[in-house]
Every structure is written in C-alpha cells, then in structure tokens.
Design a protein around this ligand. Structure first.
Ligand SMILES: [Zn+2]
Ligand SMILES: [Zn+2]
Length: 158
C-alpha cells in the first residue's frame, strides 16, 4: 500500500506534507494513504501544545472519514499554548520529559479522533496519524477495533 511512499510524500519536520505525483499516476492524484495522511497533516495544524502538534484521521474501509482529532485539552480547559503544561515547563527547565507524552495535559490526537468517531465506524477502520501512536493510544486503538494504523514512518496492524 505504501509503495513509493518516500517518493510521493515529503515531510518537512513540522508535520506538513507535500504530495507529489506518484510515478505513472495521472495528474498526481494521491492514493488513499497519501490522501488521508494529508488530511491528518492539515488537522495537526490545530494541535494545542508548543511541544508538538499531532493530527489523526479515522477512515472507514469504504474511504469515508469517520473522525478527526488533534492533540488538545478537553473543551473549556486552557490549552498548553495558553498555559504551559508540565511537559513544556520541564523542557524549559532542562528536566527530563516523559517519552510517552503523559506529562502534557492534552488528550492525544488519536484518542480525540476515536472520541469524534462512532463506535461502529471504528471497527475495521484505518487510523492515520502524523506521529507514531504511544502505548496508551495503541490500547485505545485496539479497543476500538481499528484494523490498521498508518503514519509517515510506518504501517501496522495494532
Ligand atoms: Zn502540552
Ligand atoms: Zn498517544
């Protein structure tokens, strides 16, 4: 599915993608994986932590979008950009930060995408994310019945 992936999607380090014409593909029309990773990249721009912006999209087997999410706090709470989270404070002090990102108060993009989707739409679906899911999100992804996870770095069956 991700044949020639490196050739068609370039990644600028800020989770923004440039989709180029796939060799032999008419008019540079992206495949489904490139299409949904491009949407995940657009969604990630709303990410609400100064440390990282992540976007996720859930696509049903019939290629309909079932839900989207970015890393952000629950509605009504101040975001990490407005009021720095522990992760941001620790990083500013040069202290060790948690590799699983649990020291940020934002809900992860993957979890927010699952909360945005209907339960039935998640079963057998693909979750696209601009970053590799942490162990906590992988548990939620498995629990929701997602069949496949695609990131710019890899593809897996959770
Ligand atoms: Zn944060
Ligand atoms: Zn996570």
């Amino acid at each position: 599915m991700l044949d020639n992936y490196e050739e068609v999607v370039s990644f600028d380090g800020q989770n923004r993608f440039t989709i180029q014409a796939r060799p032999g593909e008419a008019h540079g029309r992206p495949g489904w994986d490139e299409y949904f990773l491009g949407i995940a990249s657009a969604v990630s721009q709303r990410g609400d932590c100064v440390r990282r912006r992540v976007g996720a999209v859930i696509a049903r087997p019939d290629h309909r979008t079932a839900g989207t999410g970015y890393n952000g706090v629950p509605p009504g709470a101040p975001g990490c950009i407005e009021r720095p989270c522990l992760r941001v404070s620790k990083a500013e002090r040069g202290e060790e930060i948690c590799p699983g990102y649990s020291d940020c108060r934002s809900v992860h993009a993957e979890a927010n995408a699952l909360l945005d989707a209907n339960r039935d739409d998640c079963v057998g679906a693909t979750l696209y994310c601009t970053d590799d899911p942490c162990q906590g999100c992988l548990k939620l992804i498995r629990g929701a019945g997602i069949a496949r996870v695609v990131t710019p770095h890899k593809e897996m069956n959770p």
